[in-house]
Design a protein around this ligand. Structure first.
Ligand SMILES: [Zn+2]
Ligand SMILES: [Zn+2]
Length: 179
């Protein structure tokens, strides 16, 4: 087996803090995307391990944590309704924790999850020029040129104009019994 170049993927983002004293420590690693708890989300899914890198510093009774996170995600395009792969990056994660509450190990999973979810765009698009779905036939306009003409451009300004063509009095008599 080849030697693994990447750190192992851990189920949570946990950092040993008992080793911090005067000097700040740097820590980094990979955490399972499952900690984002998106399995049942309709619009976003984890798409691989989250990579994180933090600096921990003791200031008085507090541990100051700063750093960055990158989470690969699969998001539903708000225009064409397909999932696409992207990464949410947090370049300035910052939190303060009381050292007396976390004397041994600091678990950052929940706070990282919170920041990643806040960073997911409200209306993600798979690419800036995504043409989306045709409102008439539902075709993906990135893939097919369905040729549908929007109603406001087809010359019939009103959706009721088709009804004007019907002569209501005529319609049922064609099927009248011949007796
Ligand atoms: Zn799209
Ligand atoms: Zn169409």
């Amino acid at each position: 087996m080849p030697v693994a170049m990447n750190p192992p993927v851990e189920p949570a983002i946990r950092i040993e803090v008992s080793q911090i004293n005067r000097a700040p420590i740097e820590a980094s690693g990979l955490a399972d995307g499952a900690l984002l708890d998106l399995e049942h989300d309709r619009f976003a899914h984890a798409d691989g391990p989250i990579s994180w890198s933090f600096r921990l510093e003791l200031v008085g009774p507090d541990i100051l944590v700063s750093g960055s996170v990158s989470a690969p995600l699969s998001l539903l395009c708000s225009r064409c309704a397909r999932f696409f792969s992207t990464s949410v990056r947090i370049s300035s994660f910052f939190r303060t924790y009381g050292w007396d509450e976390h004397p041994e190990v600091l678990d950052l999973s929940e706070d990282v999850r919170e920041d990643v979810l806040l960073e997911i765009p409200g209306y993600p698009v798979c690419r800036p020029d995504c043409k989306g779905l045709c409102p008439q036939c539902g075709g993906n306009r990135n893939e097919v040129d369905c040729g549908c003409v929007p109603p406001e451009l087809s010359g019939d300004a009103s959706p009721w104009s088709a009804l004007d063509q019907l002569k209501w009095g005529d319609a049922p008599q064609g099927a009248a019994p011949d007796k």
